[in-house]
Design a protein around this ligand. Structure first.
Ligand code: PEP
Length: 251
């Protein structure tokens, strides 16, 4: 039985004081909900305030990106070692907004993933098809290829620190959600790809989340599916009540 993971992706929202207030509001609503892991991935500048607010609770704090170089002339970027020293546990890599607006490719996603894992961070690796790919019936090929490229040279031991977030790009921030069947089927395709790459045991263990307009109303059905081991939540993670309903649905 895989443990579910519910992670919020705040994107470019919340100042440090707003971060503190949102976590203070969320904490009592998710207290004692220990049947799933609860994570907020926050903007770099919110990390400290979020950690202070979450201290002693069941909420863990992650970042939204990391650079692949250990250090150097990469103005505006943050290294894995910097995140680690700040006490960050998780980092999102390969979010479709990074791929779409900031030129991320499977190659750079792979480099970032390896750098994060080598530094001891846990990675939430995002992948998923765009609308045209789903319409043309090549979703399975696309997610399978992304899984292979994004995890190239990641060892089976390192894979234990990887969560995959299946996020159909057409469903992110659009209010459109994959049907529970679509989410289950495509998470299953990713799991089969992991089985081919790493063996059946690793495939059985890996957590595969669904992300894309998951909300208080649709979470229970999505999370009830066999291959859906949690959610990566954008918009609804900015509302304490809605986020806590999703956490409850994962219990
Ligand atoms: C996301 O940012 O990963 C996401 C799934 O966003 P939303 O829930 O708003 O679609």
């Amino acid at each position: 039985m895989r443990r579910k993971v519910i992670a919020g992706n705040w994107k470019m929202n919340m100042t440090p004081s707003q971060a503190k207030a949102l976590i203070e509001e969320t904490k009592p609503l998710v207290a004692g909900k220990d049947n799933c892991d609860i994570i907020f991935c926050v903007p770099f500048v919110d990390i400290h305030a979020a950690q202070e607010a979450a201290a002693g609770s069941n909420i863990k704090i992650g970042a939204e990106n990391v650079h692949f170089a250990p250090k150097g002339a990469y103005t505006g970027e943050i290294s894995a070692e910097m995140l680690k020293e700040c006490g960050v546990d998780y980092v999102i890599i390969g979010h479709s907004e990074r791929r779409q607006y900031f030129g991320e490719t499977d190659e750079t996603v792979n480099l970032r993933t390896k750098a994060a894992l080598e530094a001891g961070l846990k990675v939430i690796l995002c992948l998923g098809e765009v609308k045209e790919e789903r319409v043309n019936g090549i979703t399975d090929e696309v997610v399978s290829m992304q899984t292979k490229l994004d995890l190239k040279d990641v060892t089976v031991d390192q894979l234990a620190n990887v969560i995959i977030a299946y996020e159909p790009v057409w469903a992110i921030g659009t209010g459109l959600t994959a049907t529970p069947e679509q989410a289950d089927e495509t998470c299953g395709v990713i799991r089969n790809t992991i089985a081919k790459m790493y063996g059946a045991e690793a495939a059985e263990k890996i957590v595969i989340q669904y992300g894309g307009s998951m909300n208080a109303a649709n979470a229970a059905e999505l999370l009830s599916k066999e291959n859906v081991d949690g959610g990566l939540i954008g918009g609804a993670s900015l509302k304490a009540k809605d986020f806590s309903i999703i956490v409850n649905a994962a219990q």
